[in-house]
Write a protein that binds this ligand. Structure first.
Ligand code: GLN
Ligand code: ZN
Length: 757
C-alpha cells in the first residue's frame, strides 16, 4: 500500500527574523547591490526549502518564493509590463519589476489590492495593450535550483490562468475567454518544460474556483484544463483551491487533472465530498491544517476528518497539507520567549503546522500509536488553552442586552453635520491625512530600545511627545486643516489596541507579509475583550493641546481589530466584535472628555473580511455595520466621526458603508486610477468623503496637476461641500522628506481647487 504523502502549498517568504524584508529595503535604498540582493534572497529561499525537507514534507513547493508578490511574478513571466514602464521585451529586470510594484520618478505603480479575503496585497496585472509571451520560465528556474542545490524534487507552483486573468484588469468582460485562451499555449510551454526537467507534481493555483463564477467562466476553466491535459498529458497537475469550498464542485473535480487540492477547514468541503463523491483514480490533496490561523490543530479531530475522507477516497490517493499557503501565518513559534506557557503550547505557526501535517500522515500510514505522544500533547495543550480562556461575565451580559438603539447615534447625519460644521469651521475642501506619519528609523529604534528596557517609560514618552510636537508644527506650516498626532507611539494599528485591551496576547516575532516588504504582527485573541483604561487619550490630548486646529483622535475599528487578529475558535467572533465595540465606545467618550472634536475609527479590513461565499455576506455586513455603529453611537452629535478604508474594490460593500453612519469616510483610490468615482455616479451618497488623491505606497512625489486631476474627476460626481482632500492611506512607511514634499503639493492643489469653486 503506498503511503499518504504530506505536502505544502506555499511557505512564508519573510524569513524567521524578517531578513527578507531588510534585504529588499536595503536594495531599494541602494545599500546593497543587485548581486547581493540575489545572493541574500537565494540564501533565504534555500533555507526555507531545507527546513521543509528536514521536516519530511514530501511535496515541497518551489516558485512560491517572491521578491514582492506572486501575481506580479506571474505577470512578468509573461512579459506583462504596463506601457508606461517602457519595457522592450525579454526577461523583466529587477528595476522594472520593483517599479511596477512601487512606482518610480515619473511613473505610477500598478494598482495593489487584497488577495481574496486576506490582508495580503497583490499587484493587479494590467492587460491592456500587452501581448503576453513566455519571457522567463521562473518555475523551471526554481525547480532546477531546488534539485541542484538540495536534491529536492520540488513541486512548482503556478498561479493558474483563470485566476490570473480574473484578478487582472484592462479588458472587457466579453473578452475574458479570448484572453484566457491566449495564455493557454504559454502555460503549456511552462508545463512542458517542467515535465521535461523531471517535475513529478505541478501545483496550479485556482483559488478563483471558490468564488461565484458564471457558467461561461466555468466553461473557460474546462477548456483550459482540457487543453493542458491534451498538450501535456504527462504533467501531473494538482489543481489547487483554497479559502472556501469549491463552488462548481462536480464540474471542477471531474476536470482532467491528476489531483485536486481542497480546503477542508474553510467551507464545508466534506459535505460536498459526501454528497457528490470524488472521482476514482484522482488524487485528493486535503488541506486540513488551518493555514489562516495560528492555533494548534486538534490532531485527534483532524484524524477523524481524515478517516471520514478516507472512506470516500482511497488511501493511496490522498495527500495531506495545510489549507492554504502558509504565507498568511508567521514562520515559527520557537522564537517566542515572553508568551505564557499555555498560550505558547497552544500555538502553531508555519513550521509547526508542517510538523502537524507530517505527524498526521505518519499516523495514518503507520497507525496512530506511532504518533500517540504527539496526539496526546496536542490534546493536552488545547485542553489547557480552553481552560485558561478568560471569560468576562460582565461584558457578556452587556452584549446580551444590547438593542438596536444602542447602535444608533442620537440624531441623524443631516442634523449632526450642521452642528459639526458650526463647531469646526473648516474651509471648503478641507485637507487632512489618514493618521500615521513617517516611522523613521529613529522612531523604530527608540521603540525597540524601550521595549528592551534600555530606556525608561518616561524617556520614551518624552521622545514620542517630541515627535508629535515637531509634526504638529510641520502640519501647521503645511497649512493642513485637520491634523493628526502621527501614531508615533504605535507599532501597528491593531497590535497597539491589542496590547491595551483585555483578552489579547501579542507575540514578539509573529510577523506576516501584508504587501511588498511590509509585514504586520496580528495579536492573538484568546479571551473576552474588555476595556479598563484609556488607550489613546494621553497622546491625542497632548497633540490637541499644541494647536488651535482640530487634531483627530485615531482608533482602529472593531471589524478591523477582529479581522487582523488571530482569533481562537473558542472565541465567538461576532460576540468578540461587539465586546471590542463596547471598549471603543468608552475610548471615544474618554477622548471627547479631553476636548477631541473629530475621531477617526479606521476600518481598512472591512471589505477584505467579506466571506468568499456569498451566502454569508448579508450576515457579515449586517454585523460589521452594527458593531461600527455600536462603537460610535454614544459620541456627541457634534463630534465628527471619520472612518478610513484602504481598498478600491468597494462596490460590494457600498450599502454597508453608508450604514456605518460615519460622518466622513476616506477611501484609498489613487491606485485604482479613479475607477471608484464611477460608483458614486450610480449611488447617491450624502455623507462627507475623501477619496485619496495620491498614492502613499509609492515613494514618488505627485504633481499638483495630477492631484487636481484626481480631484476634478471626483468633483464631477461628488459635491465640493462633501469632499475632503487627503492622501490614500497612512504615511508611516514613507520617508519624512517625501511626506512633506507630497503634502505640500496636496495642500497647494487643494487651495487652487478651492479658488475655482
Ligand atoms: N490610521 C492608520 C494609519 O494612518 C490607517 C492605516 C490603514 O488604513 N491601514 O496608518
Ligand atoms: Zn488605509
Amino acid at each position: 500500500m503506498s503511503k499518504i504523502k504530506s505536502s505544502n502549498i506555499g511557505y512564508p517568504r519573510i524569513g524567521e527574523n524578517r531578513e527578507w524584508k531588510r534585504t529588499l529595503e536595503n536594495f531599494w535604498s541602494g545599500v546593497i547591490s543587485e548581486t547581493e540582493l540575489f545572493e541574500k534572497t537565494t540564501e533565504i529561499r534555500l533555507r526555507n526549502l531545507k527546513k521543509q525537507q528536514e521536516k519530511g514534507i514530501d511535496l515541497i513547493p518551489v516558485n512560491d518564493f517572491s521578491l514582492y508578490d506572486h501575481v506580479l511574478d506571474t505577470a512578468v513571466t509573461f512579459g506583462i509590463v504596463p506601457k508606461r514602464f517602457n519595457y522592450t521585451g525579454g526577461k523583466v529586470d529587477k528595476h522594472t519589476y520593483f517599479a511596477i510594484a512601487r512606482g518610480t520618478g515619473g511613473t505610477v505603480a500598478s494598482e495593489m489590492t487584497k488577495w481574496f479575503n486576506t490582508n495580503y496585497h497583490y499587484i493587479v496585472p494590467e492587460l491592456d495593450d500587452v501581448t503576453p509571451s513566455l519571457v522567463e520560465n521562473r518555475a523551471l528556474t526554481f525547480y532546477q535550483e531546488a534539485k541542484e542545490k538540495l536534491d529536492i524534487d520540488g513541486k512548482p507552483v503556478l498561479l493558474g490562468p483563470v485566476t490570473f486573468v480574473k484578478l487582472a484588469k484592462g479588458y472587457d468582460e466579453q473578452e475574458f475567454s479570448t484572453i484566457v485562451e491566449t495564455f493557454v499555449p504559454l502555460y503549456v510551454q511552462v508545463l512542458q518544460e517542467l515535465v521535461e526537467a523531471g517535475a513529478s507534481w505541478i501545483q496550479i493555483d485556482e483559488p478563483i474556483l471558490v468564488t461565484q463564477l458564471s457558467k461561461e467562466e466555468i466553461a473557460v476553466v474546462e477548456k483550459v484544463y482540457q487543453a493542458f491535459a491534451k498538450h501535456v498529458p504527462r504533467a501531473k497537475v494538482i489543481l489547487q483551491t483554497y479559502f472556501e469550498k469549491i463552488t462548481a464542485y462536480e464540474k471542477i473535480v471531474n476536470l482532467p487533472v491528476k489531483a485536486i487540492g481542497i480546503d477542508f477547514v474553510h467551507g464545508d468541503s466534506l459535505e460536498l465530498l459526501k454528497t457528490y463523491g470524488f472521482p476514482k483514480g484522482k488524487v485528493l490533496v486535503a488541506g486540513i491544517i488551518d493555514g489562516r490561523n495560528v492555533w494548534r490543530a486538534n490532531l485527534a479531530e483532524k484524524r477523524t476528518l481524515m478517516e471520514e475522507i478516507r472512506q470516500l477516497v482511497h488511501h493511496d490517493q490522498l495527500i495531506i497539507q495545510p489549507s492554504c499557503s502558509l504565507l498568511h501565518v508567521p514562520v515559527t513559534k520557537t522564537l517566542e520567549q515572553k508568551l505564557d506557557n499555555v498560550i505558547y503550547d497552544g500555538l502553531s505557526f508555519a513550521d509547526e503546522k508542517l510538523d502537524e501535517a507530517v505527524t498526521l500522515a505518519k499516523g495514518l500510514n503507520h497507525g496512530m500509536v506511532s504518533v500517540q505522544d504527539d496526539l496526546n500533547q496536542a490534546n493536552e495543550a488545547i485542553k489547557q488553552l480552553i481552560e485558561t480562556y478568560q471569560s468576562n461575565d460582565e461584558v457578556r451580559k452587556k452584549v446580551a442586552h444590547l438593542t438596536t438603539d444602542d447602535a444608533q447615534r442620537s440624531i441623524p447625519f443631516a442634523e449632526r453635520i450642521e452642528k459639526q460644521k458650526r463647531r469646526l469651521q473648516l474651509p471648503l475642501l478641507p485637507t487632512t491625512t489618514i493618521g500615521s506619519l513617517p516611522q523613521t528609523p529613529e522612531v523604530k529604534r527608540t521603540r525597540t530600545k524601550w521595549r528592551k528596557g534600555e530606556i525608561t517609560d518616561h524617556a520614551y514618552e518624552q521622545f514620542v511627545k517630541k515627535q508629535m510636537k515637531r509634526w504638529i508644527t510641520i502640519q501647521e506650516e503645511l497649512d493642513i486643516d485637520v491634523l493628526v498626532h502621527g501614531e508615533f507611539e504605535r507599532n501597528d494599528m491593531v497590535e497597539y489596541f491589542g496590547e491595551k485591551m483585555n483578552g489579547f496576547t501579542v507575540t514578539e516575532f509573529g510577523w506576516v507579509q501584508s504587501y511588498g516588504s511590509r509585514c504586520v504582527k496580528p495579536p492573538l485573541i484568546f479571551g473576552d475583550v474588555s476595556w479598563d483604561k484609556p488607550i489613546t487619550v494621553k497622546e491625542s490630548a497632548y497633540a490637541q493641546s499644541l494647536t488651535e486646529r482640530p487634531v483627530k483622535g485615531m482608533l482602529t475599528g472593531p471589524v478591523t481589530i477582529l479581522n487582523w487578529s488571530f482569533v481562537h475558535d473558542a472565541a465567538p467572533r461576532y460576540e468578540i466584535m461587539k465586546q471590542i465595540a463596547l471598549g471603543l465606545q468608552k475610548e471615544i467618550e474618554s477622548l471627547e472628555a479631553k476636548g477631541i472634536t473629530i475621531i477617526q475609527v479606521d476600518e481598512p479590513a472591512l471589505r477584505e473580511g467579506l466571506p468568499l461565499n456569498r451566502a454569508k455576506w448579508e450576515e457579515y455586513l449586517k454585523q460589521s455595520s452594527l458593531v461600527f455603529r455600536l462603537a460610535t453611537a454614544t459620541a456627541s452629535p457634534e463630534t465628527q466621526i471619520h472612518t478610513h478604508m484602504c481598498y478600491s474594490n468597494f462596490e460590494d460593500v457600498f450599502d454597508c458603508i453608508d450604514d456605518l453612519d460615519a460622518d466622513v469616510i476616506s477611501i484609498e483610490t489613487s491606485r485604482s486610477h479613479g475607477e471608484i468615482v464611477s460608483i458614486f455616479e450610480e449611488n447617491t451618497y450624502q455623507k462627507e468623503i475623501g477619496l485619496g488623491v495620491y498614492d502613499i505606497h509609492s515613494p514618488r512625489i505627485p504633481s499638483v496637476y495630477e492631484i487636481k486631476q484626481n480631484m476634478n474627476r471626483a468633483l464631477q460626481t461628488i459635491s465640493p461641500n462633501q469632499f475632503w482632500i487627503n492622501p490614500d492611506c497612512g504615511l508611516k512607511t514613507r520617508k519624512e522628506d517625501e511626506t512633506i514634499d507630497a503634502l505640500k503639493v496636496m495642500v497647494q492643489a487643494a487651495k487652487e481647487m478651492r479658488n475655482k469653486q
